[in-house]
Write a protein that binds this ligand. Structure first.
Ligand SMILES: Nc1nc2c(ncn2[C@@H]2O[C@H](COP(=O)(O)OP(=O)(O)OP(=O)(O)O)[C@@H](O)[C@H]2O)c(=O)[nH]1
Ligand SMILES: [Zn+2]
Length: 358
């Protein structure tokens, strides 16, 4: 990080010494490191350091060699990859690098398959509109999704110009987001934007409901209209999603933001995220007399005591139990096996790329 050597052209896009070390065998195989900026069917735009000029450049590449029937294993915006620039007629993505973090949601289908919204991000920025009273249960769900990714959550309460008193709503949201910064912002007036900018470093994934103001926020952060913003929309109007692609966009002060399509519902995919989003309940459970306390009727239950004296709101406990049940259900759909398979698969991908000749 405090290296004094000349910065790599991709260092502003998240390229690190660790990545470079990991990439060495691929570089020796004649491949070029690149970050996926957007994905279409079988094609993607990748950002790389042009070998001729040394400057960062976007290149269209064939991503079919790393395609996979499982969407979680398929290339995604934010992925680091190895590109064979000599391939014809189009450069090809020869290998994907293992992800440090991944924002994965469960797809609406019956299968336990997930959908990766963004890969290798440091921060998951959750946009919550102040235009209506925030649904705390939904925010908790987004927080669990964010923690699950391995990145740090951050909440932006958007459209602060629409409310007189953002402070009391911010206090409510802070109350359900232990250890997570909550910033009220307005893309319109610029309020809170400096604070938000100061909180962002590296790669940020922007998530939230459709209409939460993600694209407007992206434009404000970038300082230019890079995303299309919905013209008009009533609060309860459903079904129109302006943002259809996930795109990685560089920020003027360094770092990148990945704007994701608005999510009407967030299905969780994984396990640890819920415990982290409800760290307060986790702490209480640690103080129960019995290690396997179910927090229903056992003596010496710290959770029941906190519910009784009001320090733990009933609503939050119910939200926790609901997400926990959901997780157990997903886990029962043999996700452990899938996860193991995935880890093995990442290893195989890098290994085969290591031995492959371009
Ligand atoms: N008053 C006010 N309105 C805003 C602000 N930010 C966004 N909006 C409005 O909110 C609406 C939705 O904004 P978008 O940025 O398109 O929301 P989005 O989250 O990207 O929506 P999807 O692309 O559907 O996911 C638009 O009509 C914006 O003009 C703000 O800071 N203040
Ligand atoms: Zn208990």
């Amino acid at each position: 990080m405090n290296d004094t050597s000349v910065a790599h052209p991709l260092s502003g896009y998240g390229w690190t010494e660790d990545r470079a070390a990991e990439f060495t065998p691929l570089a020796e195989a004649g491949l070029t490191p690149a970050r996926i900026v957007r994905v279409d069917r079988g094609r993607c735009d990748v950002l790389l350091a042009d070998p001729a000029t040394g400057e960062a450049r976007t290149v269209r590449a064939d991503s079919r060699p790393v395609g996979d029937p499982d969407p979680v294993r398929s290339p995604c915006t934010g992925d680091w990859c190895a590109v064979d620039l000599a391939a014809a007629p189009l450069p090809t993505v020869a290998a994907l690098l293992p992800r440090t973090t991944a924002v994965v949601r469960k797809t609406s289908g019956k299968r336990s398959d997930g959908q990766v919204l963004a890969a290798n991000v440091d921060t998951v920025l959750i946009a919550v509109s102040l235009a209506a009273e925030p649904d705390l249960g939904r925010v908790e769900r987004f927080l669990a999704l964010a923690w699950e990714s391995g990145a740090e959550p951050l909440v932006a309460l958007t459209k602060a110009d629409l409310v007189d008193d953002a402070d009391h709503i911010r206090a409510d949201v802070e109350g359900i987001a232990p250890g997570v910064p909550v910033v009220a912002v307005s893309a319109g007036t610029g309020e809170g934007m400096d604070v938000l900018r100061a909180c962002l470093h590296g790669s940020t994934a922007l998530v939230g409901q459709s209409g939460a103001g993600k694209s407007t926020l992206t434009n404000a952060l970038v300082g230019a209209d890079v995303m299309t913003v919905q013209q008009t929309r009533s609060v309860d109007e459903k079904g129109r999603h302006t943002t259809t692609t996930r795109e990685l966009i560089p920020l003027p002060g360094g770092g990148v933001v990945i704007d994701t399509p608005g999510l009407r519902g967030v299905g969780l995919f994984g396990g640890e995220g819920v415990a982290m989003a409800f760290a307060d309940i986790d702490d209480l459970a640690g103080q129960c007399r019995f290690d396997d306390c179910s927090h229903r009727s056992e003596p010496g239950c710290a959770v029941a005591a906190a519910l009784a004296d009001g320090t733990l709101p009933q609503r939050r406990m119910e939200s926790f139990l609901k997400l926990q049940r959901e997780n157990e259900w997903i886990a029962s759909r043999s996700d452990a096996r899938l996860a193991a398979e995935r880890t093995r698969r990442w290893k195989m991908i890098t290994k085969s790329a290591r031995t492959a000749r371009p």
